[in-house]
Design a protein around this ligand. Structure first.
Ligand code: ADP
Length: 467
């Protein structure tokens, strides 16, 4: 009952105790109602008997007078026993004129004479409680035509005994029902909870190394299987996250190692080579270049992480998307020309304004154009188009490049993901991931479709008012 607050009672105990309490209330209510009804029925039956007997005595008195009544009283007392009943006739001057054997009713004699006065032509009923409990009595009285009072009483002892017996049976029955039903609830709850315990044990057994294990399904009920399913889904998500985390750290390690190796190589070559100023200058330039690349990569990683965790603050202002895209295309025109790629833009005549962070949106456009040019062989085309839609703007960058294999398409927005075919070209696999997180921060979406060997199309939507 007084358990430590930190260790709450088990669900099985709570259910069983709760049920036992409800059952106890119910049994008590049933017991009270049944007892009262039995008592009322018994009282009615006794009053009926008293009334019938009194009517009979009245008839005898009217027809045969005191003598006839005396014999009738005697007969009644003999056949039922002097202790079981009493009958008497009280004359109008308040004296007992005729009576059955009243020797055992001494204690009641005075009370009998004070019995309630019946209304004319009606009977009065009264229960008398003398000190001796065995003599509790239900009595009825009626006035005869000559003004005498006929009284008839029945000892309630046997009635009380049978009533008490019924009460004992009812109490025993209620207790048995209470115990049995509480036990059944306890067993049922224990069985139902066995599923929860099984799932708990299975989950507790799962370690980092065994994250791909599954909580087995059982036959304890649908809810338990749903719980096992939910755990399995969570395990799959955790397993994916752990795998992604590992891949990311592997990629980070790899991508950080390359520029550091290049810087070390440059420094080593310079130091071991002829000690010329130009060589040192070249080494300085290489180190600056590689450091910039490293810093850029680290900043991009931080930006993606901040954006995904929702802490990245972006400025929100009106951005003319038409102008922004036009500038981006102009910026990439020389690169495209150098690679003999036809870069074209199809932009609205009028400014198309969205709310957002101009610099970050420029980076998205630059990343997508850079990719399109990078992954399109010479002679291909890259086309950028933009159009207004009811609640914002849609941008498409379509190329006739190498395309992306269908199985790789779902992963291109993952951090550090680079397809097999693109490993030869420069890049770190962060561009699309950053683009996606920036667009999502603006309340938009980005999607890609592609056919290997035919080209790719990147579509993005930016809402007019942002989030
Ligand atoms: P990267 O630095 O490798 O370009 P991104 O995140 O920008 O990194 O792109 C991820 C990968 O998606 C690329 O390595 C490439 O395999 C694929 N990809 C992106 N854009 C294109 C495109 N226009 N055509 C073909 N493949 C693309």
């Amino acid at each position: 009952m007084f358990l430590n607050k930190k260790t709450p009672r088990s669900v099985v105990t709570r259910l069983s105790l709760g049920y036992a309490f409800i059952c106890l209330l119910f049994c008590t209510a049933v017991f009270a109602v049944v007892s009262i009804r039995i008592k009322i029925a018994a009282d009615r039956r006794i009053d009926k008997t008293l009334a019938a007997e009194l009517r009979e005595f009245s008839d005898i008195y009217e027809k045969q007078g005191r003598q006839g009544l005396h014999e009738e009283f005697k007969r009644e007392a003999e056949s039922n026993g002097a202790k079981a009943l009493f009958c008497l006739l009280v004359s109008p001057d308040n004296h007992i004129a005729v009576s059955s054997d009243l020797s055992v009713w001494k204690n009641l004699k005075n009370e009998l004479l004070r019995i309630a006065e019946p209304e004319p032509g009606r009977m009065a009923f009264e229960t008398l409680y003398p000190q001796d409990e065995d003599m509790n009595t239900r009595a009825a009285a009626v006035r005869t035509s000559d003004g005498s009072l006929l009284i008839f009483g029945i000892n309630l002892q046997s009635e009380t005994h049978s009533y008490e017996k019924i009460q004992r049976i009812l109490i025993a029955g209620s207790l048995a029902a209470l115990l049995l039903s509480t036990l059944s609830v306890w067993l049922i709850a224990r069985h139902a909870m066995s599923g929860v315990r099984r799932v708990t044990r299975a989950v507790a057994d799962i370690r980092k190394e065994s994250l791909n294990r599954q909580v087995p399904q059982g036959n304890e009920g649908r809810e338990i299987n749903e719980l096992a399913d939910a755990f399995n889904q969570m395990l799959r998500r955790i397993s994916t996250l752990v795998r992604e985390l590992k891949e990311i750290s592997d990629n980070v390690a790899h991508d950080l190692r390359s520029p550091i190796t290049r810087m070390r190589g440059a420094a080593e070559t310079t130091l071991t080579g002829p000690q010329e100023l130009d060589a040192y200058r070249e080494m300085g330039l290489t180190i600056i270049e590689e450091s910039d690349r490293l810093t850029g990569m680290i900043n991009t990683m931080l930006e993606i992480a901040q954006s995904e965790s929702g802490v990245l603050e972006i400025s929100r202002g009106p951005v003319d998307l038409t102008a922004l895209l036009k500038n981006a295309v102009e910026l990439f025109q020389p690169v495209a020309e150098e690679k003999r790629i036809h870069l074209s833009a199809e932009l609205p005549e009028t400014p198309l304004t969205v709310s957002g962070d101009k610099n970050r949106l420029q980076r998205v456009a630059a990343n997508l154009l850079d990719n399109a040019i990078k992954y399109t062989p010479s002679g291909g085309t890259v086309r950028l188009s933009c159009r207004a839609v009811p609640d914002g703007a849609e941008v498409e960058i379509r190329d006739t490049g190498i395309g992306i294999a269908p199985e790789e398409l779902p992963q291109i927005f993952d951090r550090f993901y680079r397809s097999e075919k693109s490993r030869s070209s420069c890049g770190n696999g962060l561009g699309l991931s950053l683009a996606q997180s920036i667009i999502q921060l603006h309340g938009g979406w980005i999607a890609a479709e592609s056919r290997p060997g035919e080209g790719s199309a990147f579509n993005l939507f930016l809402p007019r008012s942002g989030r």
